[in-house]
Design a protein around this ligand. Sequence first.
Ligand SMILES: O=C(O)CCC(=O)C(=O)O
Ligand SMILES: [Fe+2]
Length: 335
Amino acid sequence: MLKQNNLKKEIHPNFNESHKNANSAWDKDNQAWWDWYVSLADNSNSNVNNTLLELPEPPKVKYPSKINLKQLLSKPYNLTEHDIKTFQKNGFIKLKNVFTPGALQVLRREILTLLRKTFTNYYEMKKNRFLSLEMMWVENSVIREFVLSSRIAKICADLLSVKKIRLYHDNALVKESGCGRTPWHYDDHHFPLETNDVITAWIPAQAIPIEMGPLMFAKPIEVYKLVKDIEFNKSDTSYDKKISDIFKKEEVSIVEEPFELGEVSFHHNLSFHTASENKTTQSRIVLANTYFADGARVVNNPTMISGDWKKFIPETKPGQIVSSKFNPVCWPAIN
Ligand SMILES: O=C(O)CCC(=O)C(=O)O
Ligand SMILES: [Fe+2]
């Protein structure tokens, strides 16, 4: 069954015009950052009279016990040399069966509970929004298992071919029904880390069909060189449009594929990516954990595009090595 859609096009009211200069620091929270950020996506090709695909709630499965979950999240994944080469060539990889349906049901339940707690009128306000939560692992012991998971962290260290990695941050990235596109970007723009050994594990808490807006990637990794000199524009959709035009003109290969339940993508901070609108009636709930090679420093000049970074790396100045209590070593596992 199809429903009326109303994809968001206007700049969200939380966007503050006072940010005249992309070189200034971001002075608001992470949610305001995402409200601003998705307003930079070009949605001119999406038809407001479009229809939403009616999807049922994800099917219920048996919950794993606490001990079982801990074991699942620390069990090594069978990563091959070919996987590592593919990641290093393309800048991303999608791996199936990283998590079980039971584990993901726990993750989804927990993120939904936090959304309801954080946004008191969650069900009324969520339509067309990109909602985000971060630093969940500090307070929530269940989410902590997923963020500090040695199964995930070892995959990340192996894909980067580094010995030791730390957490930059966790992020629930919730693209609600009717929310428009995520702009084209690479994360090197966003993370104020003086290294390219940075990787994000993008963990869907349900299957993501094409209509829900799975993360999509341009490949190989080098395509960032085609667009790295395009100036970021903080107040309109021109940056997103220019990237898209160049990729079309250069016939860059774009991978937009659904995520089956249990599938996780891993992307490098130089990998260009975007995501389409959520044209379904269900929330696209994802946990995105970013890790980096131990020893990295904060860049000398973080900008507004680096968002709320001081919250993720407290008590650390530009130029200093990142090792705060919120950036624990996740691989090798401590316990
Ligand atoms: O979830 C999205 O739509 C975008 C996520 C993203 O850009 C990232 O995880 O780096
Ligand atoms: Fe990103």
